[in-house]
Design a protein around this ligand. Structure first.
Ligand code: PGA
Length: 249
């Protein structure tokens, strides 16, 4: 994987298939930079329409979650082959909302990660500390545990295919962004962890995104940081004007 700037929109539970298509159709002519990777994580019900509308553009479409089994009695769940059959090329795993509201554990996320890699879907693995953990000085311990348990014993070759996203939970949807310096310090810490576990080469090729209240007016200062390779954006990805400013920052 290369580390060209990667801008990921995470629509969460927003937009119908028709709205997704209208958004993408309007976004396409607004993209002026050719050196940016653009990903949109859309609701399952909008995947096929979004893939169709993004055809011929540089926009990749993906899911916001998946199950680790290939099929089975898991009511309401979606598998990696199902995502692929819709044209999805990536999937967000371990988002803090999945951990918080759906009780997803690191062990479950690890099984999903392995499955996504086996199925050739790029996983965007999310990690991040909660506000009380930061206040108590536990940020790095929490992140280390999430990294160790979510990567498990995968090889450096497999790890190379993963995109990481550092999303401090206190910054998500709150308007409270981590300062570029705080984000850089943590991204550097994560890259150091990657280098210890998977080797220097691997650590230098993995993209690490920052997420949490990224907006058109703060993206440039975040992207200037050495270890920030991209952003994962919720709220500001819902409006085509603000998302196009993000992808052209
Ligand atoms: P936000 O969400 O940009 O609205 O803070 C980020 C995310 O949850 O990925």
């Amino acid at each position: 994987m290369n580390r060209d700037p990667l801008i990921v929109g995470n629509w969460k539970m927003h937009k119908s298939a028709q709205e997704a298509c209208a958004f993408i159709t309007s976004l396409k002519p607004k993209i002026t930079r050719t050196d940016r990777r653009i990903f949109l994580a859309v609701p399952f019900t909008a995947l096929m329409a979004a893939v169709e509308c993004a055809r011929g553009s540089s926009i990749a479409i993906g899911g916001q979650n998946m199950h680790d089994h290939l099929e089975g009695a898991f009511t309401g769940e979606i598998s990696a082959p199902m995502l692929k059959s819709c044209g999805a090329t990536f999937v967000i795993l371990g988002h803090s909302e999945r951990r918080q509201y759906f009780a997803e554990s690191n062990a479950f996320i690890q099984r999903k990660l392995v499955r996504a890699l086996q199925e050739g879907i790029t996983p965007i693995l999310c990690i991040g500390e909660q506000e009380h953990e930061r206040k108590d000085g536990h940020t790095k311990n929490v992140l280390t545990k999430q990294l160790e348990e979510s990567f498990g014993d995968i090889s450096a070759h497999q790890a190379n295919q993963v995109v990481l996203a550092y999303e401090p939970v206190w910054a998500i949807g709150t308007g409270q962004t981590a300062t570029p310096e705080i984000a850089q310090e943590i991204h550097h810490f994560i890259r150091h962890w990657l280098s210890k576990h998977f080797g220097l080469n691997c650590s230098q090729t993995i993209s690490i995104l920052y997420g949490g209240s990224v907006k058109p007016d703060n993206i440039a200062s975040l992207m200037q940081q050495t270890d920030i390779d991209g952003v994962l954006v919720g709220g500001a990805s819902l409006d085509v004007n603000s998302f196009s400013q993000l992808v052209n920052y």
